[in-house]
Design a protein around this ligand. Structure first.
Ligand code: LHQ
Length: 266
Protein backbone atom coordinates (compact mmCIF):
# COMPACT_ATOMS: atom_id res chain seq x y z
CA UNK A 1 0.00 0.00 0.00
CA UNK A 2 1.52 3.35 -0.93
CA UNK A 3 1.55 5.96 1.79
CA UNK A 4 2.41 9.16 -0.11
CA UNK A 5 -1.15 10.47 -0.43
CA UNK A 6 -1.87 14.18 -0.32
CA UNK A 7 -5.09 13.99 1.70
CA UNK A 8 -4.78 10.63 3.46
CA UNK A 9 -2.59 9.23 6.18
CA UNK A 10 -2.12 5.50 5.79
CA UNK A 11 -0.57 3.40 8.51
CA UNK A 12 -0.25 -0.37 8.62
CA UNK A 13 0.20 -2.00 12.02
CA UNK A 14 0.48 -5.75 11.58
CA UNK A 15 -2.58 -6.80 9.60
CA UNK A 16 -4.54 -3.62 10.40
CA UNK A 17 -4.44 -0.70 8.03
CA UNK A 18 -5.72 2.64 9.30
CA UNK A 19 -6.73 5.10 6.62
CA UNK A 20 -7.15 8.63 7.97
CA UNK A 21 -8.88 11.30 5.89
CA UNK A 22 -6.64 14.29 6.38
CA UNK A 23 -8.13 17.69 5.58
CA UNK A 24 -8.71 18.79 9.20
CA UNK A 25 -8.94 22.49 8.28
CA UNK A 26 -12.32 21.74 6.61
CA UNK A 27 -13.28 18.89 8.97
CA UNK A 28 -12.10 16.37 6.36
CA UNK A 29 -14.70 17.42 3.80
CA UNK A 30 -14.28 15.53 0.54
CA UNK A 31 -12.66 17.18 -2.44
CA UNK A 32 -12.10 15.25 -5.68
CA UNK A 33 -8.56 14.23 -4.80
CA UNK A 34 -9.38 12.92 -1.34
CA UNK A 35 -12.24 10.88 -2.79
CA UNK A 36 -9.96 9.49 -5.49
CA UNK A 37 -7.20 8.68 -2.99
CA UNK A 38 -9.57 7.04 -0.53
CA UNK A 39 -11.04 4.86 -3.28
CA UNK A 40 -7.56 3.82 -4.38
CA UNK A 41 -6.46 3.03 -0.82
CA UNK A 42 -9.62 1.01 -0.17
CA UNK A 43 -9.17 -0.94 -3.42
CA UNK A 44 -5.58 -1.74 -2.49
CA UNK A 45 -6.64 -2.84 0.99
CA UNK A 46 -9.27 -5.12 -0.54
CA UNK A 47 -6.68 -6.98 -2.61
CA UNK A 48 -3.72 -6.96 -0.20
CA UNK A 49 -3.71 -10.27 1.69
CA UNK A 50 -1.42 -8.89 4.39
CA UNK A 51 -4.29 -6.58 5.39
CA UNK A 52 -7.03 -8.32 7.36
CA UNK A 53 -8.89 -5.35 8.85
CA UNK A 54 -9.37 -1.76 7.68
CA UNK A 55 -10.04 1.23 9.93
CA UNK A 56 -11.36 4.45 8.40
CA UNK A 57 -11.14 7.64 10.44
CA UNK A 58 -10.72 11.40 10.23
CA UNK A 59 -7.81 13.59 11.34
CA UNK A 60 -8.38 16.21 14.04
CA UNK A 61 -11.72 16.94 15.64
CA UNK A 62 -14.02 15.43 12.98
CA UNK A 63 -14.69 12.26 11.04
CA UNK A 64 -15.88 14.24 8.04
CA UNK A 65 -18.16 17.12 7.02
CA UNK A 66 -19.42 15.66 3.73
CA UNK A 67 -18.73 17.05 0.31
CA UNK A 68 -16.47 20.10 0.33
CA UNK A 69 -19.08 22.71 -0.47
CA UNK A 70 -16.52 25.15 -1.81
CA UNK A 71 -15.37 22.55 -4.33
CA UNK A 72 -18.79 21.32 -5.36
CA UNK A 73 -22.03 23.18 -4.92
CA UNK A 74 -24.85 24.86 -6.72
CA UNK A 75 -22.42 27.21 -8.51
CA UNK A 76 -20.59 24.29 -10.06
CA UNK A 77 -23.87 22.53 -10.88
CA UNK A 78 -25.12 25.64 -12.67
CA UNK A 79 -21.86 25.98 -14.52
CA UNK A 80 -21.57 22.36 -15.57
CA UNK A 81 -25.19 21.22 -15.72
CA UNK A 82 -27.22 19.27 -13.19
CA UNK A 83 -26.40 15.91 -14.80
CA UNK A 84 -22.80 16.42 -13.74
CA UNK A 85 -23.85 15.87 -10.12
CA UNK A 86 -24.92 12.31 -10.84
CA UNK A 87 -21.69 11.76 -12.77
CA UNK A 88 -19.76 13.05 -9.74
CA UNK A 89 -21.78 10.79 -7.44
CA UNK A 90 -20.70 7.73 -9.42
CA UNK A 91 -17.22 8.24 -7.99
CA UNK A 92 -18.65 8.08 -4.47
CA UNK A 93 -20.70 5.04 -5.46
CA UNK A 94 -17.53 3.24 -6.44
CA UNK A 95 -16.07 3.94 -3.00
CA UNK A 96 -19.28 2.72 -1.32
CA UNK A 97 -19.11 -0.52 -3.33
CA UNK A 98 -15.43 -1.08 -2.59
CA UNK A 99 -16.01 -0.70 1.16
CA UNK A 100 -19.18 -2.78 1.11
CA UNK A 101 -17.65 -5.60 -0.96
CA UNK A 102 -14.31 -5.62 0.88
CA UNK A 103 -13.69 -9.29 1.76
CA UNK A 104 -12.53 -8.34 5.27
CA UNK A 105 -13.96 -6.19 8.07
CA UNK A 106 -14.03 -2.41 7.76
CA UNK A 107 -14.46 -0.28 10.89
CA UNK A 108 -15.45 3.38 10.75
CA UNK A 109 -13.95 5.10 13.79
CA UNK A 110 -15.94 8.29 14.32
CA UNK A 111 -14.59 11.03 16.55
CA UNK A 112 -16.41 14.35 16.40
CA UNK A 113 -18.79 15.20 13.62
CA UNK A 114 -19.86 12.95 10.73
CA UNK A 115 -22.09 14.87 8.35
CA UNK A 116 -23.51 14.47 4.86
CA UNK A 117 -21.77 12.03 2.59
CA UNK A 118 -19.03 11.41 5.19
CA UNK A 119 -21.67 9.95 7.48
CA UNK A 120 -23.00 7.80 4.68
CA UNK A 121 -19.53 6.49 3.83
CA UNK A 122 -19.31 5.43 7.49
CA UNK A 123 -22.62 3.59 7.07
CA UNK A 124 -21.13 1.59 4.18
CA UNK A 125 -18.53 0.21 6.61
CA UNK A 126 -19.29 -2.94 8.61
CA UNK A 127 -18.89 -1.68 12.17
CA UNK A 128 -18.89 1.80 13.68
CA UNK A 129 -17.16 2.93 16.87
CA UNK A 130 -17.98 6.44 18.05
CA UNK A 131 -16.52 8.72 20.69
CA UNK A 132 -18.95 10.25 23.17
CA UNK A 133 -18.39 13.71 21.65
CA UNK A 134 -19.42 12.50 18.18
CA UNK A 135 -22.31 14.06 16.24
CA UNK A 136 -24.14 12.53 13.31
CA UNK A 137 -25.97 14.76 10.84
CA UNK A 138 -27.80 13.70 7.68
CA UNK A 139 -27.17 17.29 6.65
CA UNK A 140 -28.52 17.12 3.11
CA UNK A 141 -31.99 18.59 3.69
CA UNK A 142 -30.34 21.60 5.34
CA UNK A 143 -29.07 22.55 1.89
CA UNK A 144 -32.00 21.25 -0.15
CA UNK A 145 -30.46 17.91 -1.17
CA UNK A 146 -31.26 14.26 -0.61
CA UNK A 147 -29.02 11.73 1.19
CA UNK A 148 -26.42 10.40 -1.20
CA UNK A 149 -23.45 8.05 -0.98
CA UNK A 150 -25.74 5.12 -0.15
CA UNK A 151 -27.48 6.85 2.78
CA UNK A 152 -30.90 6.10 1.33
CA UNK A 153 -30.01 2.40 1.35
CA UNK A 154 -28.01 1.90 4.55
CA UNK A 155 -29.68 4.28 7.01
CA UNK A 156 -33.17 2.67 7.11
CA UNK A 157 -31.56 -0.76 7.25
CA UNK A 158 -29.50 0.25 10.29
CA UNK A 159 -31.95 2.37 12.30
CA UNK A 160 -35.35 1.50 10.79
CA UNK A 161 -37.61 3.51 8.54
CA UNK A 162 -38.95 5.96 11.13
CA UNK A 163 -35.57 7.07 12.49
CA UNK A 164 -34.05 7.19 9.00
CA UNK A 165 -36.78 9.51 7.79
CA UNK A 166 -36.50 11.62 10.93
CA UNK A 167 -32.74 12.01 10.46
CA UNK A 168 -33.06 12.77 6.73
CA UNK A 169 -36.05 15.14 6.94
CA UNK A 170 -35.12 17.07 10.07
CA UNK A 171 -31.33 16.90 9.53
CA UNK A 172 -30.80 17.33 13.26
CA UNK A 173 -27.74 16.22 15.15
CA UNK A 174 -27.75 12.78 16.74
CA UNK A 175 -25.30 12.44 19.63
CA UNK A 176 -22.89 9.52 20.05
CA UNK A 177 -24.84 7.92 22.95
CA UNK A 178 -28.11 8.30 20.99
CA UNK A 179 -26.43 6.84 17.89
CA UNK A 180 -25.52 3.76 19.93
CA UNK A 181 -29.07 3.50 21.32
CA UNK A 182 -30.68 3.53 17.86
CA UNK A 183 -28.14 1.18 16.26
CA UNK A 184 -26.47 3.80 14.08
CA UNK A 185 -23.15 2.86 15.70
CA UNK A 186 -22.14 -0.36 17.40
CA UNK A 187 -20.45 1.26 20.36
CA UNK A 188 -20.04 4.75 21.79
CA UNK A 189 -17.10 5.14 24.15
CA UNK A 190 -15.55 8.01 26.15
CA UNK A 191 -13.18 10.04 23.98
CA UNK A 192 -10.24 9.07 26.23
CA UNK A 193 -10.85 5.39 25.45
CA UNK A 194 -11.72 5.81 21.76
CA UNK A 195 -8.33 5.01 20.25
CA UNK A 196 -7.64 2.05 22.55
CA UNK A 197 -11.09 0.53 21.94
CA UNK A 198 -10.79 1.00 18.18
CA UNK A 199 -7.29 -0.49 18.17
CA UNK A 200 -8.34 -3.51 20.25
CA UNK A 201 -11.34 -4.22 18.02
CA UNK A 202 -9.28 -3.87 14.84
CA UNK A 203 -6.53 -6.16 16.16
CA UNK A 204 -9.11 -8.71 17.25
CA UNK A 205 -10.70 -8.75 13.81
CA UNK A 206 -7.31 -8.83 12.07
CA UNK A 207 -6.45 -11.95 14.07
CA UNK A 208 -9.72 -13.65 13.18
CA UNK A 209 -10.78 -16.05 10.43
CA UNK A 210 -10.62 -13.50 7.62
CA UNK A 211 -12.12 -15.66 4.91
CA UNK A 212 -15.09 -16.55 7.10
CA UNK A 213 -15.52 -12.84 7.88
CA UNK A 214 -15.69 -12.07 4.15
CA UNK A 215 -18.28 -14.80 3.68
CA UNK A 216 -20.27 -13.59 6.70
CA UNK A 217 -20.41 -10.14 5.12
CA UNK A 218 -21.57 -11.59 1.82
CA UNK A 219 -24.30 -13.73 3.41
CA UNK A 220 -25.53 -10.96 5.68
CA UNK A 221 -25.58 -8.21 3.09
CA UNK A 222 -27.15 -10.36 0.38
CA UNK A 223 -29.87 -11.51 2.80
CA UNK A 224 -31.12 -7.91 2.98
CA UNK A 225 -32.34 -8.19 -0.58
CA UNK A 226 -33.30 -11.85 -0.86
CA UNK A 227 -36.04 -14.24 0.23
CA UNK A 228 -35.47 -17.02 2.75
CA UNK A 229 -34.87 -19.81 0.22
CA UNK A 230 -32.36 -17.71 -1.73
CA UNK A 231 -30.50 -16.93 1.48
CA UNK A 232 -30.52 -20.58 2.57
CA UNK A 233 -29.12 -21.58 -0.84
CA UNK A 234 -26.37 -19.00 -0.51
CA UNK A 235 -25.64 -20.14 3.05
CA UNK A 236 -24.93 -23.65 1.74
CA UNK A 237 -22.70 -22.36 -1.03
CA UNK A 238 -20.67 -20.15 1.29
CA UNK A 239 -20.38 -22.76 4.06
CA UNK A 240 -18.96 -25.14 1.43
CA UNK A 241 -16.19 -22.59 1.01
CA UNK A 242 -15.72 -21.80 4.72
CA UNK A 243 -15.39 -25.46 5.64
CA UNK A 244 -12.41 -25.90 3.31
CA UNK A 245 -10.39 -23.07 4.91
CA UNK A 246 -7.30 -23.63 7.02
CA UNK A 247 -8.84 -21.36 9.65
CA UNK A 248 -11.83 -23.66 10.04
CA UNK A 249 -9.50 -26.61 10.56
CA UNK A 250 -7.45 -24.59 13.05
CA UNK A 251 -10.59 -23.43 14.89
CA UNK A 252 -11.83 -26.98 15.42
CA UNK A 253 -8.35 -28.30 16.34
CA UNK A 254 -7.85 -25.47 18.85
CA UNK A 255 -11.27 -26.16 20.38
CA UNK A 256 -10.50 -29.85 20.82
CA UNK A 257 -7.06 -29.07 22.22
CA UNK A 258 -8.59 -26.49 24.59
CA UNK A 259 -6.32 -23.65 23.42
CA UNK A 260 -6.95 -20.32 21.67
CA UNK A 261 -7.06 -20.61 17.86
CA UNK A 262 -4.28 -19.03 15.81
CA UNK A 263 -5.94 -17.91 12.61
CA UNK A 264 -3.92 -16.97 9.56
CA UNK A 265 -6.68 -15.72 7.28
CA UNK A 266 -6.27 -18.69 4.93
C1 LHQ B 1 -16.40 22.99 5.39
C2 LHQ B 1 -17.40 22.01 5.31
C3 LHQ B 1 -17.78 21.53 4.03
C4 LHQ B 1 -16.23 22.99 3.11
C5 LHQ B 1 -17.10 22.46 7.36
N1 LHQ B 1 -17.17 22.05 2.97
N2 LHQ B 1 -15.84 23.48 4.28
C6 LHQ B 1 -23.24 17.31 -2.09
C7 LHQ B 1 -23.09 18.12 -3.28
C8 LHQ B 1 -22.77 17.55 -4.53
C9 LHQ B 1 -22.42 16.32 -4.80
C10 LHQ B 1 -22.03 15.30 -3.92
O1 LHQ B 1 -22.71 15.12 -2.72
C11 LHQ B 1 -22.96 16.03 -1.82
C12 LHQ B 1 -23.06 15.40 -0.54
C13 LHQ B 1 -22.90 16.13 0.73
O2 LHQ B 1 -22.11 15.71 1.53
S1 LHQ B 1 -23.92 17.43 1.03
C14 LHQ B 1 -23.58 17.85 2.68
C15 LHQ B 1 -22.32 18.66 2.80
N3 LHQ B 1 -22.03 18.94 4.17
C16 LHQ B 1 -22.69 19.83 4.92
O3 LHQ B 1 -23.68 20.41 4.55
C17 LHQ B 1 -22.11 20.11 6.27
C18 LHQ B 1 -21.51 21.49 6.28
N4 LHQ B 1 -20.86 21.75 7.57
C19 LHQ B 1 -21.52 22.02 8.68
O4 LHQ B 1 -22.73 22.08 8.74
C20 LHQ B 1 -20.70 22.26 9.90
O5 LHQ B 1 -19.40 22.60 9.52
C21 LHQ B 1 -20.64 21.02 10.82
C22 LHQ B 1 -22.02 20.80 11.49
C23 LHQ B 1 -20.23 19.76 10.05
C24 LHQ B 1 -19.60 21.25 11.92
O6 LHQ B 1 -19.87 22.48 12.58
P1 LHQ B 1 -18.77 23.12 13.52
O7 LHQ B 1 -18.25 22.11 14.45
O8 LHQ B 1 -19.40 24.36 14.11
O9 LHQ B 1 -17.55 23.54 12.56
P2 LHQ B 1 -17.48 24.74 11.51
O10 LHQ B 1 -18.77 24.89 10.80
O11 LHQ B 1 -16.93 25.95 12.20
O12 LHQ B 1 -16.42 24.17 10.46
C25 LHQ B 1 -15.00 24.30 10.63
C26 LHQ B 1 -14.39 24.70 9.32
O13 LHQ B 1 -14.65 23.66 8.36
C27 LHQ B 1 -15.05 25.95 8.75
O14 LHQ B 1 -14.05 26.68 8.08
P3 LHQ B 1 -13.41 28.01 8.74
O15 LHQ B 1 -12.47 28.52 7.69
O16 LHQ B 1 -14.55 28.94 9.04
O17 LHQ B 1 -12.72 27.52 9.98
C28 LHQ B 1 -16.04 25.41 7.77
O18 LHQ B 1 -16.35 26.32 6.74
C29 LHQ B 1 -15.31 24.21 7.22
N5 LHQ B 1 -16.24 23.24 6.68
N6 LHQ B 1 -17.81 21.70 6.56
N7 LHQ B 1 -18.70 20.57 3.87
Amino acid sequence: MRTDFQHLLVQQDGAVVTITMNRPEVLNAFNDLMLQELTEAAETAAHDETIRCVVLMGAGRAFGAGQDLTAFGSARAEREGADRVSEHLKKYHRLVQVLHNMPKPVIAAIRGVAAGISLNIALACDLRIASDNSRFIQAFARIGLIPDGGGGYFLPRLVGLGKALEMALLAEEVSGPEAERIGLVNKCVPLAEFEAVTHALAQRLANGPTRAYGLIKELTYKSLDSDLQTSLDLEGKLQDIAITTEDHREGVTAFLQKRPAKYTGK
